[in-house]
Design a protein around this ligand. Sequence first.
Ligand code: ZN
Length: 313
Amino acid sequence: MNTLDTFNCNSLPRRFLLASATALALLGSSAHAADKLPVIASFSILGDLVRVVGGDRVAVTTLVGANEDAHVFEARPADAKTLLASKLVVTNGLGFEPWAGKLIKSAGYKGETVVASKGVKARHMQDEKGHSGHAHEDTDPHAWQNPNNVALYARNIAAGLSKVDASGAAIYQANAEAYAKELQALDVWAKEQIATIPAAKRKVITSHDAFGYFSAQYGVTFLAPQGVNTETEPSAKQVAQLIKQIQREKIRAVFVENMSNPKLIAQLSKDAGANLGASLYADALSASDQPGATYLQMMRHNVTQLVAGMKNN
Ligand SMILES: [Zn+2]
């Protein structure tokens, strides 16, 4: 911003300075936006990862935004337009976005796509809640809840970006590897935090089964009235059984999720005589002024809240 540096701030009216700065910023951003690689991410967490790996070279649009539920998302006509204007589409896969394939097809998008979870060791849910369910409903799509999987996501995104922008390949790879180191540090920290809670107390209630990968990685048991998909409603019998279990095992750590309807879990917590904790970020980042605006922030927030809640068990 050499142009701005040539202004003498003391000799010009403040209003003029601000207007000039804004005009320059607008010019700058539109000129840059045209140069940037347009990329679509299906939901907010992937949007953050594309931003981290792509850095200045990419302009990311997220279809399912902050605090929104990707399970029940319905694409708008404008989304097809955005899709056609992009060079790369990044989805989670594992059945998380059943609407994405239809949207890509109906929009007539022929560009590159990346399934960020490719290569992840998928978890499969036991049918313990009595869902008859098709096979695909049993795959747990929430692989990002283990930071080690997210390192793989970042590398897959780097490979996808390199396909459509070969001259940036070295940068994408370097960004993905630097981020993998941050994820490793997050994993070590999370393990240390959880270790402060005795194993018998590591039990938590959440709205839906979003934390299976977290559970497997950190040894915390999550109980949820809803299955891996927020579309399924639990039966009265399932809720009654869960209330009994909460009371029997004296579980005090009950959490709502930022993108789920809090009604069910609030009622359940009341009926079981437990206290409702803060929101956990399950399937979406928070808005930028909330504590889960990036993946790393979201995970640190979740671990901190979980530990605080489980202390009361
Ligand atoms: Zn979910």
